[in-house]
Design a binder for this molecule. Structure first.
Ligand SMILES: NC(=O)c1ccc[n+]([C@@H]2O[C@H](COP(=O)([O-])OP(=O)(O)OC[C@H]3O[C@@H](n4cnc5c(N)ncnc54)[C@H](OP(=O)(O)O)[C@@H]3O)[C@@H](O)[C@H]2O)c1
Length: 320
């Protein structure tokens, strides 16, 4: 006879295995064979996690890949690994710190001065759990890294993107946006709490995508947002105490690998004939219905109008 403890243990074991199988079976894979020879892609936060695997995939497809990273050593290490694994030598590092508008402007200036084209911009860099800190520009640090700087960067590169036929802007958001209840645009510059600030920043990524798509209407540049899934990366590196323990436990047991987590970003960047989904949100390489938090009438426009003032876009930089 089995003891009650053994039975409970076996039930938990079977449930864990069943859930793991479910996760593997439902993970979307980008099956597209799109070749990127002659194309240029920028991936922010490309030295690790989802960004690294996205850049690696683009390199395999033959693209010129610009690794937009903040730490020169970590970025160079990633560049060497990508070149070694793919044989593609057209991989370059360009430094950007998303916590500083000056750094974002410097990066965009270099790109606009040196690059002939920009086919794919992946706004991937992000952070979580960094508490109530302010950037040197005076904004909520997490909001600046995850959203404000991506908004500024995209706007500063929009001329080059518009010039490049069929270009795409891919914004890595999160299902956390679903839980960004009661968001009002003024919240973009306030600290609402350690979890809410992440949720709000990821909601802003989606609202930005929706509004950008509207502004790009009639232009051959399209944009998409996505949730990559729960992915085993360094995103929780700032977590402390019990939440760190729980996250590490869940991460090792259930989360996707970063290669799996990069699939929807890759899909939105290279899949053919998805232009009809301009402005839509994706999970597991499929378009999904907009989260309820993103459906507030007029919210995306209001957010855009406030954000352009916060990031201090100049009149001559307002190209869309
Ligand atoms: N992992 C998940 O479960 C999950 C779920 C939903 C959404 N996401 C989103 O996926 C994206 C990628 O995250 P990840 O999971 O791959 O995390 P990650 O492994 O921590 O990678 C984040 C990347 O962003 C970079 N970054 C952070 N702060 C930066 C700054 N100030 N300036 C420039 N780069 C900066 C990091 O650079 P350093 O290495 O130098 O710090 C790193 O390259 C994020 O937008 C995240 O919100 C992740």
């Amino acid at each position: 006879m089995l003891s009650i403890t053994t039975i409970i243990f076996l039930i938990i074991f079977v449930l864990v295995i069943a859930f793991k199988i479910y996760m593997k079976v439902t993970t979307g894979w980008c099956r597209s064979h799109t070749c990127l020879v002659g194309k240029t892609a920028i991936v922010t936060g490309a030295n690790t996690g989802i960004g690294y695997d996205t850049a690696l995939d683009f390199a395999k497809r033959g693209a010129r890949v610009i690794l937009a990273c903040r730490d020169e050593g970590r970025a160079e290490e990633a560049r060497v690994r990508i070149v070694e694994e793919t044989g593609n030598k057209n991989i370059v590092v360009q430094l950007i710190n998303m916590s500083s508008f000056e750094s974002v402007r410097g990066f965009a200036k270099k790109i606009n001065e040196t690059e002939e084209r920009l086919d794919i911009l992946v706004n991937n860099a992000g952070a979580g759990g960094i508490g109530d800190k302010r950037s040197t520009d005076g904004h909520v640090l997490l909001m600046q890294i995850n959203y404000l700087s991506a908004f500024l960067l995209t706007n500063l590169l929009i001329g080059l993107l518009k010039k490049t036929k069929g270009s795409r802007v891919v914004n890595v958001s999160s299902i956390a946006a679903k839980y960004a209840r009661n968001f009002e645009v003024a919240d973009v510059d306030k600290f609402p709490g350690i979890y809410s600030v992440y949720n709000y920043s990821k909601l802003c990524n989606i609202l930005f995508t929706i509004e950008l798509a509207k502004r790009l209407d009639g232009i051959e540049t399209t944009t998409y947002s996505l949730h990559p899934g729960a992915v085993k990366t360094e995103i929780f590196r700032h977590a402390k105490g019990t939440s760190k323990f729980i996250l590490n436990f869940l991460k090792n047991l259930f989360f996707k690998t970063s290669e799996e987590g990069a699939q929807t970003t890759i899909y939105c960047s290279v899949a053919k004939d998805i232009e009809k989904y301009n402005g839509a949100h994706f999970e597991d390489c499929q378009e999904v219905p907009a989260y309820i938090t993103t459906r507030v009438p007029g919210l995306s426009k209001k957010l855009w109008d406030l954000t352009k003032d916060i990031v201090e876009l100049k009149p001559e930089e307002l190209l869309i």
